[in-house]
Design a protein around this ligand. Structure first.
Ligand code: HEC
Length: 148
């Protein structure tokens, strides 16, 4: 009985955005989404800039599903690393993660007024495309997005 409860509890935790971030992302992007200059781009005060652009929503989803590789400038610094794909996570986990990095660290105050949370259905749509982009393609699409 107690074991069953504990298992359910840890499963529930593994679905939550903060827990998933801790397990999968904090190692590179930092506990507070601050990144590391020259190695890992920050997510704090940055995902909110991406989401304001017409292509930003799709870019965020694709980066998580398919990974990203190629030079990118963020807040005056150049990054040219490899972001691993997280397509092994479920649509719901990816949506939870994206909503976490869009709201954590004060990002919630920087979101556009008409912002709508990312849904698992949007992730499922992006996943079901017939020709999935490579990490290099996600990186080259990113060069068309202009953010500080
Ligand atoms: C092994 C290190 C590593 C891990 C783990 C990692 N990332 Fe990344 N991430 C990167 C790198 C490096 C880039 C930039 C890739 C490039 O230079 O093209 C990046 C890019 C991104 C971007 C796009 C930024 C932009 O301006 O286009 C987002 C969003 C992102 N990561 C979120 C996450 C989330 C959420 C997780 C956890 C599920 C995660 N990352 C895990 C290294 C990592």
């Amino acid at each position: 009985m107690l074991m069953g409860f504990l298992t359910l509890f840890s499963l529930a935790l593994a679905q939550s955005g903060p827990q998933l971030y801790q397990q999968n992302c904090a190692f590179c992007h930092g506990e507070n989404g601050q990144g590391r200059v020259g190695a890992f781009p920050p997510l704090a005060a940055h995902t909110t800039e991406l989401i304001k652009t017409p292509e930003g929503r799709a870019h965020l989803i694709n980066t998580l599903l398919f990974g990203m590789q190629g030079p990118v400038r963020v807040k005056g610094n150049t990054y040219n690393g490899v972001m691993p794909a997280f397509g092994q996570l479920t649509d719901e986990q990816i949506a939870n993660l994206l909503n976490h990095i869009l709201n954590a660290w004060g990002n919630d105050k920087l979101l556009p007024r008409d912002h709508r949370p990312i849904t698992p259905a949007e992730v499922a749509n992006a996943r079901s495309v017939s020709s999935r982009p490579t990490p290099q393609q996600v990186g080259s699409n990113r060069t068309r997005i202009n953010v500080p």
